[in-house]
Design a binder for this molecule. Structure first.
Ligand SMILES: C[S@@+](CC[C@H](N)C(=O)[O-])C[C@H]1O[C@@H](n2cnc3c(N)ncnc32)[C@H](O)[C@@H]1O
Length: 428
C-alpha cells in the first residue's frame, strides 16, 4: 500500500470507531481480518495514524472546524505529525486509494487555523466534561498536562533484579539502544518514533525474564512501597501481576507475597510471568465464589498494596481511545470501588504496618480526596519525604502532591505515565 492509502484506511477505521464505541484494538483487528492484502508493515503504519488521530482528536477537529473522520485525520496529520498544508495536499490526490483532494476550505484551515483562543480541553486534547477536574488538578497547567498525555510514550522496561543488574540488561539489549530511566534505578527506556516499538517477545532478555515492560512511574509506585525481604505483603488488586513482580524483586524472593484480584481471569497471566521472572515467594490467591480467601491475612500484613481500579487518565499516552470512551458513570463507579477497597484493605494491615494506595489516574477525586476520606480511621498518611526516604529515593520528594497527601507523577512533570502513590501507616 502507498502511504496515502494508509491515510484512507485510517479514516475508514476512525469512521468504524465513531459508529461503534469499541476499543480501538478490536476495530483494528477486524479491519486487518477484512483486508488481508495489507501486510504487517501496512497495518502498523495504519494503526500508528489511527492512534495519532485519537491522541489529537479535539485539536484536530478544532483546526478543521468539523468532527468527521476525514477532518480528524487531516487535522491530526498537522497537529500530531507536524505536516503542513502542502504536504497533506500531496497525499490527497484521489488516486490509487489515496483520500480525495483537499477542498479549498480544508486547505485554508490546514494552512492558517491556530489553537490560539481554543479552550484548555481542546489545546490539551481531553474530553470537555473533564475540564473542571483538570483545572482542579493542574490549575493553569491543565492544557500543558493534557497535551503531554496526548503525546507518544516511550517503551519502558523494568529490570528484574532477581536475574541481573541494570547494566547487564543494558548490555543484553544494546541493539535496541536503551537508556537508563532518569527516575527509576531499575528502568530502561527505548524511544520509539512513529513506527512500531521493539518486538519484546522475540528478545532473549525478555523470554529469560531479565526485563518486563512497565512504565517508569509504575516502577516508582512499586519502589515507594519499600517492600523489604522477609515481609508479609498482600497485593490486593494484583491483576496480571506487574506490581507484584516488582515487589518480589524488592523482597529478593524472601518473605511472602500474596497476589489476589477479585477477577480471577485477570490473574491468569501471572503464573507464566512468575515462572519467567524466577519469582518464588508469590502465592496467588484465586477468588472462590463467596469464600473469603484472604481471611487468614487479617491483621497480619506488613504491607498491603491497593493498585486501585481507576479511570486510567494517567495512561492516555498508551491508550488514547480510552479518553474518549470514558464516561462520567465510570468515574462514579471507580470512586465507590476505591473507597470500598480502602476499607477492606485496612483489615489486613497489622498494627504499625503500611497501606499503599496507588492509581494511574490524575483526578483529585480518585487520589488525594479518597485518601483524605480514609485517613484518621487508625491510619495516617506518611509525608512525601518519609515515603521517599524509606524507599531510598529521597530525590522523588519533589513530586509531593500540592493537593494533599501522596505523590503525583505525570508526563508533563516527570516524563512518565500519570500515577498517584500514597503510603499510609496503621497506628500501633
Ligand atoms: C489497575 S488494575 C491492577 C493492575 C496490576 N496491579 C498490575 O500492576 O499489573 C486494578 C485491578 O483491580 C481489580 N479489582 C477491582 N475491584 C477489586 C476488588 N474489590 N478487590 C480486588 N481486586 C479488584 C481489577 O480486577 C483489576 O485487575
Amino acid at each position: 500500500m502507498i502511504p496515502a492509502a494508509h491515510i484512507s484506511a485510517a479514516i475508514e477505521i476512525l469512521g468504524a470507531l465513531a459508529e461503534r464505541r469499541r476499543p480501538v484494538a478490536d476495530v483494528l483487528k477486524d479491519w486487518g481480518a477484512a483486508h488481508r492484502f495489507a501486510g504487517s508493515k501496512d497495518r502498523a503504519a495504519i494503526a500508528s495514524l489511527v492512534f495519532d488521530a485519537l491522541r489529537k482528536s479535539a485539536s484536530a477537529q478544532w483546526v478543521m472546524g468539523a468532527d468527521t473522520p476525514r477532518a480528524t485525520m487531516l487535522g491530526a496529520l498537522r497537529e500530531a505529525r507536524g505536516l503542513d498544508a502542502a504536504s497533506i495536499a500531496a497525499f490527497c490526490t484521489g488516486e490509487r486509494h489515496a483520500p480525495p483532494p483537499l477542498s479549498d476550505d480544508e486547505r485554508t484551515r490546514l494552512g492558517t487555523t491556530t489553537l490560539d483562543g481554543a479552550p484548555d480541553h481542546v489545546r490539551g486534547d481531553y474530553p470537555e466534561w473533564l475540564a473542571d477536574r483538570f483545572a482542579a488538578a493542574f490549575g493553569d497547567r491543565a492544557a500543558a498536562e493534557g497535551a503531554a498525555l496526548a503525546a507518544r510514550a516511550p517503551v519502558d522496561l523494568r529490570v528484574n533484579i532477581l536475574k541481573g543488574s541494570r547494566e547487564q540488561a543494558l548490555a543484553k539489549l544494546a541493539h535496541l539502544d536503551p537508556a537508563p530511566t532518569p527516575l527509576s534505578p531499575i528502568g530502561l527506556r527505548i524511544e520509539v518514533g512513529q513506527g512500531r516499538g521493539p518486538a519484546l517477545p522475540a528478545e532473549t532478555a525478555y523470554v529469560k525474564g531479565f526485563v518486563e515492560p512497565q512504565d517508569e512511574a509504575s516502577q516508582l509506585a512499586s519502589l515507594l512501597c519499600a517492600a523489604a525481604p522477609g515481609e508479609q505483603v498482600l497485593d490486593l488488586c494484583a491483576g496480571g501481576g506487574g506490581k507484584a513482580l516488582a515487589l518480589a524483586g524488592q523482597m529478593h524472593n524472601r518473605g511472602q507475597l500474596y497476589a489476589y484480584d477479585a477477577d480471577g481471569r485477570r490473574l491468569m497471566p501471572i503464573h507464566e510471568r512468575l515462572e519467567r521472572a524466577g519469582a518464588r515467594n508469590i502465592q496467588v490467591r484465586q477468588p472462590r465464589g463467596k469464600a473469603d480467601v484472604l481471611a487468614d491475612l487479617e491483621g497480619r500484613c506488613d504491607l498491603v498494596l491497593i493498585d486501585a481500579p481507576c479511570t486510567g487518565v494517567g495512561t492516555w499516552r498508551r491508550h488514547p481511545d480510552a479518553k474518549w470512551r470514558l464516561a462520567p458513570g465510570a468515574l462514579e463507579l471507580r470512586l465507590k470501588e476505591q473507597a470500598a477497597l480502602l476499607a477492606q484493605a485496612a483489615r489486613y494491615v497489622k498494627p504499625g504496618g503500611r497501606l499503599a494506595y496507588v492509581t494511574c489516574s490524575l483526578l483529585r477525586e480518585e487520589n488525594e480526596d479518597q485518601v483524605a476520606g480514609f485517613v484518621g480511621q487508625g491510619f495516617e498518611a506518611l509525608s512525601a519525604a518519609e515515603t521517599t526516604e524509606a524507599a531510598g529515593l529521597p530525590e522523588l520528594a519533589r513530586f509531593a502532591s500540592p493537593h494533599g497527601a501522596g505523590l503525583r507523577f505525570s508526563p508533563a512533570s516527570s516524563g512518565t505515565d500519570g500515577f498517584y502513590v500514597c503510603v499510609m501507616r496503621r497506628a500501633k
